[in-house]
Design a binder for this molecule. Structure first.
Ligand SMILES: Cc1cc2nc3c(=O)[nH]c(=O)nc-3n(C[C@H](O)[C@H](O)[C@H](O)COP(=O)(O)OP(=O)(O)OC[C@H]3O[C@@H](n4cnc5c(N)ncnc54)[C@H](O)[C@@H]3O)c2cc1C
Length: 382
């Protein structure tokens, strides 16, 4: 079998693999993406596609706000708006949660961020006319919202291929070998070599790292979604609540999408996640608790997808300090869709040996090496 030669090989054809590949191809690099199933087969095809910096870990806010600025300019980035609509992001609080809202607002203000704004009783009723009277306040960001995941996948794929990226689907990387200054990757039907490799293998990224001799401690987030029948337009932002797993939005097709931390059952070996009805029911109840008018809306479909979950819910973005030429971009812990355009630039910078756009220290891979785990565990962001 002949050897495919490239400057950069990307393992994983999800959005983060495609985004980094696009960025590097535009810098003149020869880039090959190797995807086990098909582009968008896993988290990137299952995602709810919410775009928010609201309620994120402070370490991610700069990356998220840069991404939001780029979501507004998607036609310039990939030639399509990716269905992005800035209908706002709102985190609601019942009386018991108001203290948490105020603490969050004070924290982000102290860090110099101005975009999150506390809204009171009257304004949340204006933003969400049917909202339950239990909710008395909220934290609101006006310029955030959601996109269309499949349109985003199509646009990123088309832009990447137009920039010269070669995508191999149905090809699992099963072996890695170091030859001189290059890595040789093998999978069914392909042998490919390059000095630089990006690990964008989502839920399987620790297994890929292992092939390079790097041990990373990861777990799997099997996020579930509920979608309903189409209903009349409800003017509302994407809604979350303080203290509960909820993300509720209306899509441009009129369906309601409910998710936000509902977890199913993952099976990494079979590459599938199954839904758990009892937990889905809790999610549906929380949604009806927020919007009582939804009580009779019919659920039409549910699904689960998976991606890597880190112990601090922050992604892994950085150069491996074990394997030369290996750059990691995974572990988005259920909220990596929003970060796509800014992470693509940052990963491009890392591979190109440029940097300084963001402080990547909180995302360093070494924090999840077995001897380091425990340092910062349990700081899950909302
Ligand atoms: C149900 C659900 C809802 C979500 N909602 C939101 C949301 O509202 N907002 C938000 O910001 N984020 C959300 N997320 C998270 C977001 O979708 C992910 O962070 C993002 O899609 C991750 O993209 P990725 O490219 O890293 O991973 P993936 O899309 O999973 O891509 C990784 C790819 O690597 C491939 N691969 C693995 N091993 C190998 C190998 N050995 N060889 C070749 N290929 C390999 C896999 O087949 C896979 O296609 C959600 C996720 C899920 C599952």
């Amino acid at each position: 079998m002949s050897m495919t030669e490239a400057d950069v090989l990307v393992i994983g054809g999800g959005l983060h693999g495609l985004g980094a590949a696009l960025d590097l191809a535009r810098r003149g690099q020869r880039v090959v993406v190797i995807e086990r199933n098909w582009v968008g087969a896993h988290a990137s095809g299952a995602t709810a596609a919410g775009v928010r910096s609201l309620w994120r870990d402070p370490a991610e806010i700069a990356l998220a706000r840069e991404a939001i600025e780029l979501w507004h300019r998607m036609p310039e980035v990939v030639g399509d708006d990716c269905g992005y609509v800035a209908h706002g992001q709102l985190r609601l609080a019942a009386a018991a949660g108001v203290g948490a809202l105020e603490a969050r607002a004070a924290q982000t203000a102290a860090l110099g961020w101005q975009h999150e704004r506390i809204v009171g009783h009257n304004e949340i009723r204006r933003l969400v006319p049917g909202v339950s009277s239990r909710y008395v306040a909220g934290l609101f960001v006006a310029d955030e919202g959601s996109a269309d995941p499949h349109r985003t996948l199509r646009a990123y794929r088309a832009a990447a291929e137009a920039a010269g990226v070669v995508i191999h689907e149905g090809t699992e990387v099963t072996a890695v070998e170091r030859r001189g200054t290059r890595w040789v990757l093998r999978g069914a039907g392909i042998t490919a070599a390059a000095p630089q490799v990006i690990n964008a293998a989502g839920a399987w990224a620790a297994r890929v790292a292992e092939m390079f001799g790097e041990h990373i401690t990861l777990s799997t987030m099997p996020a579930m979604m509920i979608v309903t029948e189409r209903v009349a337009p409800i003017p509302m932002p994407v809604i979350g609540v303080v203290g509960g797993p909820l993300s509720l939005k209306q899509t441009s097709q009129g369906t309601l999408l409910i998710g936000g931390g509902l977890e199913g059952a993952p099976d990494l070996d079979r590459a599938r996640a199954e839904v758990r009805m009892a937990i889905l029911a809790q999610g549906a109840r929380t949604a009806v608790d927020v919007l009582p008018g939804m009580a009779d809306v019919v659920i039409t479909r549910t699904w689960a997808g998976m991606e890597a979950q880190t112990s601090d819910a922050l992604p892994v973005i950085g150069r491996s300090d074990v394997a030369p030429g290996l750059v990691h971009a995974f572990g988005f812990s259920g909220h990596g869709f929003a970060l796509l355009p800014s992470v693509a630039r940052v990963v491009g910078d890392l591979v190109a040996g440029e940097g300084g756009r963001h402080d990547l220290t909180p995302f360093r891979p070494g924090r999840l090496h077995p001897d380091a785990v425990g340092e910062g565990a349990d700081a899950r962001s909302g």
